[in-house]
Design a protein around this ligand. Structure first.
Ligand SMILES: Nc1ncnc2c1ncn2[C@@H]1O[C@H](COP(=O)(O)OP(=O)(O)OP(=O)(O)O)[C@@H](O)[C@H]1O
Ligand SMILES: [Mg+2]
Length: 243
């Protein structure tokens, strides 16, 4: 479904050039959920922007459904690191935003209620908790019924209970909607909870350190099981290794 082939991204040129990604290759099957983990600043957001078609790789290519990505596609949705809500629009207005830009008339009621936001449709972002704002960002992306959902740390800086609640929700929605997902995170437990496979990146410029299989993923109860803890420990060891 998604093929990332030998992708490198360099910002700027000459003396000031900043290499962000170096020769990244992996693929994500249809309906699969892959977590991408790596240290802060290694190039995770750059990778997602490239998959979304917002940033052109310096070299290499990215295919979705066999076609090279050359711009933003209607069947791919991206959840930004800070939810990206417009403060002057209501919950409903924000959730509908991309649909309406695409001149689509579908209702967002179902998705708002699946995310526990019913009753808040008329509120503004400033009137919501951070966890609710994140859920509005998720609603905006899911309202598009995307084939591919790209998530850039949608749970970062939330308290641990809210975080787990939203992780559970994403898992449920994945089962229900069957999208192909890439979740970027620097959180080890989150990657193990939500990644059927886990792509581990090195510090900047990001290279692939390992790709781990995580067959236990898929149930709420996986969290905290011995297999889960073992997988998390293995992932921690790879992230902590030098070089
Ligand atoms: N527009 C840009 N111009 C120049 N350098 C950039 C630009 N965007 C990102 N970078 C640099 O590229 C590197 C990777 O950035 P990126 O945002 O992709 O990392 P990240 O893994 O998402 O970080 P974080 O974990 O903090 O979200 C960083 O060193 C950053 O300074
Ligand atoms: Mg980032």
């Amino acid at each position: 479904m998604i093929e990332v082939q030998n992708v490198s991204i360099v910002y700027g040129s000459g003396q000031g050039a900043v290499p962000a990604l170096e020769d990244i290759s992996f693929s994500v099957g249809e309906g699969e959920m892959v977590a991408v983990v790596g240290p802060s600043g290694c190039g995770k957001t750059s990778l997602l922007l490239a998959i979304d078609g917002l940033l052109r790789p310096t070299s290499g290519r990215i295919l979705i459904g066999g076609e090279e990505v050359r711009g933003v596609r209607r069947d791919v949705a991206l959840i930004l690191q800070d939810a990206g809500l417009l403060p002057w629009k209501t919950v409903r207005g924000n959730a509908e935003l991309t649909l309406r830009i695409q001149k689509r008339r579908e209702s967002v009621d179902g998705i708002l209620s699946a995310l526990g936001l019913n009753g808040f449709e008329g509120r503004f972002p400033a009137e919501l908790s951070e966890g609710m704002r994140r859920r509005v960002g998720i609603a905006r992306a899911l309202a598009l019924r995307p084939k591919v959902l790209l998530m850039d740390e949608p749970m970062a800086n939330l308290d641990s209970l809210t975080r787990e609640r939203i992780q559970n929700l994403i898992l449920d929605l994945w089962w229900e909607m069957g999208f192909t997902g890439i979740l970027v995170t620097h959180d080890i437990e989150e990657a193990v909870f939500l990644g059927q496979r886990i792509v581990v990146l090195s510090p900047r410029p990001a290279r692939i350190r390992a790709i781990l299989e995580n067959p236990g993923m898929g149930e709420h109860a996986y969290r905290g099981s011995p297999e889960f803890l073992e997988r998390a420990q293995g992932l921690r060891r790879i992230l902590e290794a030098n070089g």
